[in-house]
Ligand binder design. Structure first.
Ligand SMILES: Nc1ncnc2c1ncn2[C@@H]1O[C@H](COP(=O)(O)OP(=O)(O)OP(=O)(O)O)[C@@H](O)[C@H]1O
Ligand SMILES: [Mg+2]
Length: 582
């Protein structure tokens, strides 16, 4: 991360998110003003209340004062209600706006970002960070305004009754400010760390829970629990530091308050002797001061709230400011012919010495199948990830229909590609929603049925309780591996894109599923440019060209039989891997 922007700049930007809610905030401000005025006026009334009631026994005001007190509290309650609700509404709305913006941003970030930032940490940004920020922007603002008004109102009352006493007492201000500043600094450093620690906690839990089967089979409960416990302990330690800081700060503020009170007693006594302070004035003074103390205490807590919010906001803003996927091409593309050419492509993951791909060059023509084979880690997946531009090349060029990929608009380019990955990704929803996914969601029922039929998926979809409208569970958990693959193929069929990219599953299916999947694929491939990372012998045998990869390079190429005759790496791999055909 680069030099962090100043907290003030971050806060200013944060307040920018409140702009759409100006109306609500103005209403809230009016509410707060009324509330504070009513409170101050109540304190102010204390002097006449005491003096009139207890001194001369003047019966004339006997009813008016008590009633006006009730009236004051009615006004205060209503005003407070308006202030609270309007503030809460704008705060929650800001949190929502931030969340939506941040998710939108995440979906536009380049693939590299996802290697660098684990998903649980992204979830924290969307969750607690967004909440903290809205608290900083709004709740803190509310406390600040409310309590400042409280202080100002009370101060006015104090000044009115005895400026001498007030001035003397407020010599305590500077030391108080010093304490608040110290506490604030400490808060900031801890709150940054506590957020990070929360992220690590979530990550550890996510890892253990989503891999629960592995955890159980390998008896890793203790290890996972220990990892989690250690993180939880760190979190606890940090929380304790925060609480201790908070408690010490409020104790200090209270201490200052008591010193103030002592001072008040001492000074007021002298003023009373001099005839400048009545009993009522004294009570009003004391009540005003007592109202100031909790207000000041809350104001010191605001510090922490603000610091946490600003820390969260900084993180959210680094996400929002991260550059989008590069999408500068202007060439429109409706339907590509589908000729793909790699020209001496070299690609490297950041921080890696070895290039993942070196000088890869080949042409894949429309209507042909290119099979990519090679040992694990040889760069096969990297190669195909370059085509939808999940990653960009380091040097060399990839052309589609004779033009560099970057020249096309990203969305247009990706519209040309259907992708069936190694692990089929399905979403929580119905079969129909999963097949007609994204831009396909407007597909007609006829097309949808045809795609599912073509993918050999109808036989099991039809048997599901609600057919196409059956929910398949989170990540398609209620389906078998082969069924999931066939749904992914149906999705690709519905997309009907000129380029088809397959990363065949390494896990072998049973012969029957295998046949169904293979049959579906055979129906999907014709008339397209197909690139397939092949693990099945049958796929390779039917391919128009086979590229054999090793350490990021294409080391052999040709058809299956040509390569076998060469007796090189392919022949070796073939002996090792592909002895059992389907
Ligand atoms: N996201 C990544 N960040 C850093 N390095 C990566 C990343 N993905 C892959 N690599 C590295 O790049 C090299 C090529 O990986 P790639 O995934 O392309 O291999 P593969 O041929 O698809 O292997 P497999 O058959 O096991 O899927 C490997 O050395 C791998 O460690
Ligand atoms: Mg791979």
């Amino acid at each position: 991360m680069t030099e962090a922007p100043s907290p003030w700049l971050t806060y200013r930007r944060l307040i920018g998110f409140a702009r759409p809610y100006r109306g609500l905030l103005v209403l809230a401000a009016v509410g707060m003003l009324l509330e504070a005025a009513a409170g101050a006026y109540f304190t102010f009334l204390m002097s006449p209340v005491i003096d009139d009631t207890f001194s001369e026994g003047d019966k004339g005001v006997g009813l008016l004062l008590p009633l006006s007190i009730v009236g004051l509290f009615v006004v205060r309650g209503i005003a407070g209600y308006i202030a609270d609700t309007q503030m809460a509404k704008s705060g929650r709305s800001i949190a929502r706006d931030l969340r939506v913006n941040v998710l939108d941003k995440y979906l536009r970030l380049p693939g590299l970002r996802f290697d660098a930032e684990p998903v649980p940490s992204m979830l924290i940004r969307l969750g607690s960070d967004s909440d903290q920020v809205s608290q900083a922007a709004i709740d803190a603002l509310r406390v600040m305004v409310q309590q400042t008004l409280q202080v100002v109102g009370s101060l006015a009352v104090m000044l009115y009754y005895s400026w001498r006493v007030t001035v003397a007492i407020f010599l305590l201000g500077p030391p108080l400010a010093w304490v608040m500043d110290k506490v604030g600094r400490r808060y900031r450093s801890i709150s940054h760390r506590i957020q990070e620690s929360g992220g690590h906690l979530l990550q550890a839990a996510e890892q253990a829970l989503s891999n629960q089967q592995e955890v159980k089979v390998y008896g890793a409960q203790r290890v996972e629990l220990a990892r989690y416990t250690e993180l939880a302990n760190t979190n606890l330690r940090l929380s304790m530091k925060v609480e201790a800081t908070r408690s010490i700060s409020s104790a200090l503020v209270q201490l200052m308050g008591s010193i103030g009170l002592a001072l008040l007693l001492f000074l007021a006594g002298r003023e009373a002797v001099a005839g400048r302070l009545s009993a009522g004035d004294f009570v009003a003074l004391m009540m005003a001061m007592m109202a100031i103390i909790p207000a000041l205490k809350q104001l010191t807590n605001v510090q922490g709230m603000l610091q946490r919010g600003v820390a969260s906001a900084e993180r959210l803003f680094t996400v929002l400011d991260a550059p989008d996927e590069v999408d500068t091409g202007g060439r429109a593309l409706v339907r590509a012919r589908g000729e793909i050419e790699f020209r001496d492509v070299t690609a490297r993951y950041p921080g890696q010495q070895q290039a993942a791909l070196s000088d890869v060059a080949f042409v894949a023509r429309p209507g042909t199948v290119t099979a990519i084979v090679g040992r694990s880690g040889s760069g096969k997946s990297t190669l195909i990830k370059l085509i939808p531009r999940f990653y960009d090349v380091e040097s060399g060029q990839i052309l589609l229909d004779g033009h560099p990929l970057q020249d096309y608009r990203l969305a247009d380019l990706r519209r040309q590609i259907a992708l069936v990955g190694q692990q089929v990704m399905l979403f929580d929803g119905t079969v129909a929603e999963n097949v007609a996914y994204g831009e396909l969601q407007d597909a007609t029922d006829g097309k949808l049925d045809a795609a599912i039929e073509g993918a050999n998926a109808m036989e099991f979809v039809a048997r599901m309780p609600d057919g196409l409208r059956t929910s398949i569970g989170s990540k398609g958990g209620r389906l078998s591996g082969g069924q999931r693959q066939r749904l992914a193929i149906a999705r690709a069929m519905l997309k009907d894109a000129p380029i088809l990219i397959l990363d065949e599953a390494t896990a072998a299916l049973d012969t029957e599923s295998e046949r169904l999947v293979q049959d579906a694929l055979n129906r999907l491939m014709p008339d397209r440019t197909t690139l397939v990372i092949a693990h099945r012998l049958s796929t390779i045998e039917h391919a128009d060209q086979v590229l054999v990869m090793d350490h990021g390079r294409i080391v052999e190429r040709g058809t299956h039989s040509e390569l076998l005759q060469q007796g090189g790496l392919y022949a070796h791999l073939h002996r090792m891997q592909f002895h059992e055909g389907p």
